[in-house]
Design a protein around this ligand. Structure first.
Ligand code: 2AM
Length: 196
């Protein structure tokens, strides 16, 4: 029997930064020092994950594509704003700096739910816990001066107001490279076809 080919897969919305975004990130980066251990995500890798599928036998790609195709069918494209920064982890140990919406639109929650449900029908595990719509900006391994970090972080609360136009979902393969940024390869695009 031939060996399985595995790919690390996820479904996401690609983020296309507007002019000025890089400058805002530069300001936000002043929360941390050079000596801290923080991996800032390269701007061209930023995305909103709708569903993380994980290591998957490529023989299941057809099932994934038909599930996502059905999920986006008859869904209208929509727009929303990323205007809130947050941090996963605790105050003592922040782990991830993210950008998300103050008001999460129903449309994105429904899109997530439809993809999750359709994939579950094909035997993929349902997402555990609530969907938190976010764009990971940085992953933190160590911050020495946490009070400085939080003070600067608070100063950046009103910094962002980024428009996201959701016209398609993308099936990505994530290729991990130890110590370097991952590589995301777009394998399939699924256009939100609209109701008409
Ligand atoms: P993150 O942005 O919150 O880190 C590619 O790795 C994408 O899949 C990232 O957006 C990442 O979310 C998400 N991801 C990676 N591993 C995951 C996991 N075990 N559970 C859920 N999402 C995961």
């Amino acid at each position: 029997m031939s060996e399985k080919e595995l790919k690390r897969l996820f479904i996401a919305i690609t983020f296309h930064p507007e002019e000025g975004f890089a400058e805002k990130i530069r300001q936000l980066r002043q929360c941390t020092f050079r000596t801290d251990l923080v991996n800032w995500v390269q701007p061209d890798l930023l995305h909103l994950t709708l569903k993380f599928i994980g290591e998957t036998d490529t023989a299941r790609m057809l099932d994934i594509c038909s599930a996502v195709e059905a999920a986006v069918r008859n869904v209208d494209p929509f727009t929303f704003t990323l205007d809130r920064i947050g941090a996963f982890g605790s105050r003592y140990q922040p782990r991830v700096i993210w950008l998300g919406p103050v008001y999460t639109p129903d449309a994105i929650v429904q899109l997530h739910n439809r993809i999750d449900l359709n994939l579950a029908k094909k035997g993929f595990p349902k997402t555990f816990g609530n969907f938190v719509c976010h764009l990971t900006l940085a992953r933190i391994r160590r911050i020495d001066d946490k009070s400085y970090f939080w003070k600067q972080f608070e100063a950046c609360r009103q910094l962002f107001s980024e428009t996201v136009e959701v016209r398609e979902c993308v099936l990505y393969e994530s290729i991990l490279h130890k110590g370097y940024q991952p590589q995301y390869v777009a394998l399939e695009h699924f256009r939100l076809s609209g109701k008409s």
